[in-house]
Design a protein around this ligand. Structure first.
Ligand SMILES: [Zn+2]
Length: 286
């Protein structure tokens, strides 16, 4: 199992913002302090504009570089373009690792799945997972599936991958919740599984299982996972009921697909994030 990270991703923050540097720094500490899981560590790869422009408009790329305030959740932090680009590089490096037959997890911030083709929102600037999925297509993978278990709908990923040949998007998320989308399927390749707030965990798991059935029906040759840990029962941003063992099960189920796969951190705002990521990685690793 390979972890891709870089300490520079902890260099920006805003007082009281839930998407905070400790999410990464405490997870790195926890993973380095354990020896149950054999981990190797790697750096995000450099990213060309051309790779970003498969998913985003030139105007969006320009706006991120200028770093004007996008919305209250998604401020213009100093050097945010570099940080966002590094998150993209983490996803691309994780894809590289999956192509070489080694599972990988990109542990960086900012997250990406709310960023649409032309808009930064919801703590997200560039859509790392969509960019990596399109890069997988370009590298010859003909059936790339993005599986998004963050508690929020991956509206940005859906916006970018909608009706793209060779891609599918499958999202399980709380509804109603931010960003207010994801109630029904869209186009011929976006499959949404809305879950009511405070749904009991076993019911949530059976909905996750239905989503895995759709994933299997697609017969992917590469699986890109938007791994968000905010469906956890103590997460401050949503009303999920999942526990650490459910994230272990998610990892295990992804491993049992027997398809090359990589994961990218999206949300997850509770203090238990390091334990939840550890449980997920243990499941992926087997
Ligand atoms: Zn989320």
């Amino acid at each position: 199992m390979k972890i891709i990270t870089n300490s520079r991703c902890t260099e920006y923050s805003a007082p009281g913002h839930p998407e905070r540097p400790e999410r990464i720094s405490r997870t790195v500490e926890t993973l380095k302090a354990q020896n149950k899981l054999k981990l190797t560590w790697d750096e995000p790869s450099p990213v060309d504009d051309t790779v970003i422009l498969r998913a985003h408009t030139p105007r969006h790329l320009e706006q991120i570089q200028k770093a004007f305030d996008f919305d209250a959740d998604t401020p213009a932090y100093p050097d945010i373009a570099e940080h966002a680009r590094r998150s993209v590089g983490g996803a691309l490096q994780a894809l590289q690792s999956a192509r070489a037959g080694k599972a990988a997890f990109s542990l960086l911030r900012p997250p990406g799945h709310h960023a649409t083709r032309e808009k930064a929102m919801g703590f997200c600037y560039f859509n790392s997972i969509a960019i990596a999925a399109l890069e997988a297509n370009a590298a010859g993978y003909k059936r790339v599936a993005v599986f998004d278990f963050d508690v929020h709908h991956g509206n940005g990923t859906e916006d970018i991958l909608l009706d793209k040949p060779g891609c599918a998007f499958i999202s399980i998320h709380q509804y109603p919740a931010y960003p207010g989308t994801g109630l029904t399927n869209r186009g011929n390749n976006c499959f949404n599984f809305p879950v009511a707030p405070s749904t009991p965990r076993l019911e949530y798991r059976s909905i996750l299982s239905s989503a895995f059935d759709v994933l299997k029906t697609f017969k992917p040759d590469m699986v890109a996972v938007s791994a968000g840990f905010d469906a956890y029962r103590q997460d401050p941003l949503a009303d999920g009921m999942l526990q650490a063992e459910d994230f272990h099960w998610l990892g295990e189920t992804i491993r049992q697909l027997n398809v090359p796969a990589f994961s990218v951190l999206e949300g997850g705002y509770s203090n238990a994030l390091p334990e939840l990521i550890s449980a997920y990685l243990a499941g992926v690793n087997g």
